[in-house]
Design a protein around this ligand. Structure first.
Ligand code: ATP
Ligand code: MG
Length: 553
């Protein structure tokens, strides 16, 4: 379904109405990642939603790093996140923005709330504060510091900024309602003391605003019209609105929630993804088994396939779990349409064509895509020695085996029919070479003697093709709900990566650019590894099999 033909989802309807009613002149959204990890498939949904709204209604989407937790953030993540968004095909309006750019304004607004009698400095320890906070069924109690004078609060807050107290000694809290049924309104924290160097502001600050105090105000500063977040922030909306109503902000953004994306067989929590990286379960954030955008890219998923998937799952007001097979289907569909075909032999067995000279070199052309002549052709080279997959040969077999059998015929894909007439074995009695004859004049036609080949097999010229490392990736978890048992690390699929180090690939694949995708006929879809592939050492990653093997099992 193309983006413009699909009916509006509820947020598109909302924006369309706000525009039609003149509530806004232009839609402005933002994507607000915290730079504490790489983006994952859930973020892709949020990116498609926020940038998609801007595209569809000719508005703007900002990229704003929500960088209020400097301990866990880094420039590596800031760079990776930008690269991922661009790769997905989106561009943000204006410069990259940072919540930290607004720290001075936020500080001024905190002072404003103090002057209005709407914020106070509180000395309760974290444990005490928890006790005072109450529970979902019991109201909280007022902090003993709640009635400090405005002057005292101003002096203390300024002293917090000036570094006169140790970390954690005091916080600034909004004065709202300790009996509110919404816990977020029970005098939430606005500022904490933390002696941490910040990746953007260095050592300029040792008090940092909380997410809640920074987020909506950042939206207001930037003129965001629709601040879209996932459903778990629904309970924060009254607080979001409280700040907008009680501060002299330059615009009045509104928060809207949507259901986050959960995928089965997948974890999408940055904390857990980080654990997979830190504990060496995967090779890094961009390991092709990771549900990160960088991982999916390296796995061979195209940006278009990921965007199609996000469009397919839609945007709703409720959380749900999507079958990862849907994502895989979008990937497979995209590759089936666009990936050129090529031949690779995973488990090579030598075949010597005994009626062909040692210096024979015959070029045959093969289509890159069976249904798409516009994708052109590539050269295959027939030489005296070729390799086939060991599974495609048997000394004896019944009629069901449609491949090469001693004394029988098979077609080499896109080339001649051959007939096997002998084998060479090693001391262990294993076949290490097949001797066969080319049946002349059989390219594109059956043999003149009427004895037809039993099937068609893959092959690669031994001298013209080359060795390659092939990394067979599969789902990272064996369980549909990896987090259900409490220990997601215990259900990691032990076969999520199998490395085939001595595969053989056809000549055109030796010239493959990193990140180009192929269908290795009969094997699946593969991509030249973004980082490790080179003409000297070809490396291909299996993106996905031709069919859904998980469904069948
Ligand atoms: P995580 O839960 O993985 O740590 P997060 O929500 O803390 O993610 P942020 O960097 O704060 O990560 O997220 C940026 C934006 O992406 C937020 O607006 C958030 O709502 C959205 N987002 C994060 N995860 C998902 C998801 N699974 N589905 C949809 N949107 C998501
Ligand atoms: Mg977050």
């Amino acid at each position: 379904m193309s983006e413009s033909s699909r009916p509006f989802h509820f947020l598109e309807t909302r924006v369309a109405n706000d525009l039609a009613e003149g509530k806004i002149a232009k839609v402005v959204t933002r994507f607000p990642p915290e730079p504490n990890g790489y983006l994952h498939v859930g973020h892709a949904k949020s990116i498609c939603l926020n940038f998609g709204l801007a595209e569809r209604f000719q508005g703007d989407c900002h990229l704003r790093f929500d960088d209020t937790n400097p301990e866990k953030e880094s420039d590596e993540f800031i760079q990776a996140i930008q690269a991922d968004i661009r790769w997905l095909g989106f561009s943000w309006a204006g410069e990259v923005r940072y919540a930290s750019s607004y720290f001075e304004q936020l500080y001024q607004w905190a002072c404003y709330l103090i002057d209005q009698g709407l914020a106070y400095v509180c000395d309760l320890s974290a444990d005490q504060a928890r006790e005072y906070r109450g529970t979902l069924t019991e109201p909280g109690r007022n902090s003993p510091y709640r009635e400090r004078s405005r002057e005292e609060n101003r002096a203390l807050f300024e002293a917090m900024r000036a570094g006169e107290f140790v970390d954690g000694a005091k916080v600034l809290r909004a004065k709202i309602d300790m009996a509110s049924p919404n816990m977020n309104l029970r005098d939430p924290i606005l500022y904490r003391i933390r002696r941490v160097t910040h990746h953007q502001t260095g050592d300029a600050w040792l008090i940092y605003p909380t997410y809640d105090f920074a987020h909506g105000q950042g939206d207001a500063i930037e003129g965001i019209t629709h601040s879209i977040c996932s459903l778990e922030f629904e309970d924060h909306r009254p607080l979001y609105d409280w700040f907008i109503q009680n501060l002299p902000v330059p615009s009045e953004p509104h928060q809207h929630e949507f259901g986050r994306l959960n995928l089965n067989y997948t974890v999408t929590s940055k904390r857990k993804l980080k654990q997979l990286v830190d504990e060496g379960v995967v090779a890094g954030w961009d390991d092709p088994r990771m549900p990160t955008i960088a991982g999916m890219r390296r796995r061979g998923y195209s940006a278009a396939a990921i965007r199609t998937f996000c469009d397919m799952i839609g945007v709703t007001r409720s959380d749900g779990t999507v079958d990862v097979a849907m994502l895989e289907h979008a990937v497979r569909d995209d590759l089936n349409n666009n990936a050129p075909r090529a031949m690779a032999v995973m488990n090579p067995l030598l075949v010597t064509l005994t009626n062909v000279g040692a210096d024979h070199r015959e070029v045959v052309m093969a289509p890159n895509h069976p249904q798409k002549p516009e994708l052109g052709e590539r050269e295959l080279v027939i030489t005296q020695q070729v390799v086939i997959d060991a599974d495609d040969f048997r000394e004896e077999a019944n009629k069901k085996f449609k491949r090469l059998v001693l004394g029988k015929r098979v077609r080499l894909r896109n080339a001649y029919v051959i007939e096997a007439h002998g084998v060479v074995k090693n001391d262990a009695g294993e076949v290490i070479e097949v001797l066969a004859e080319v049946i002349p004049n059989t390219i594109g036609t059956d043999p003149e003697d009427g004895v037809k080949p039993k099937g068609v097999i893959q092959w690669v010229s031994k001298s013209e093709g080359g060795r390659a490392e092939i990394r067979l990736y599969d789902r990272l978890f064996t369980e549909a709900e990896p987090e259900a048992g409490g220990d997601f690390l215990s259900v990691v699929n032990p076969n999520s990566l199998v490395v085939v180090s001595d595969a053989y690939v056809e000549p055109s694949l030796l010239r493959a650019e990193p990140e180009s995708a192929y269908q290795f006929e009969r094997e699946g879809y593969f991509v030249a590894d973004r980082f490790d592939h080179s003409a000297e050492k070809p490396v291909f990653n299996r993106t996905i099999g031709l069919r859904d093997s998980w469904q069948e099992s």
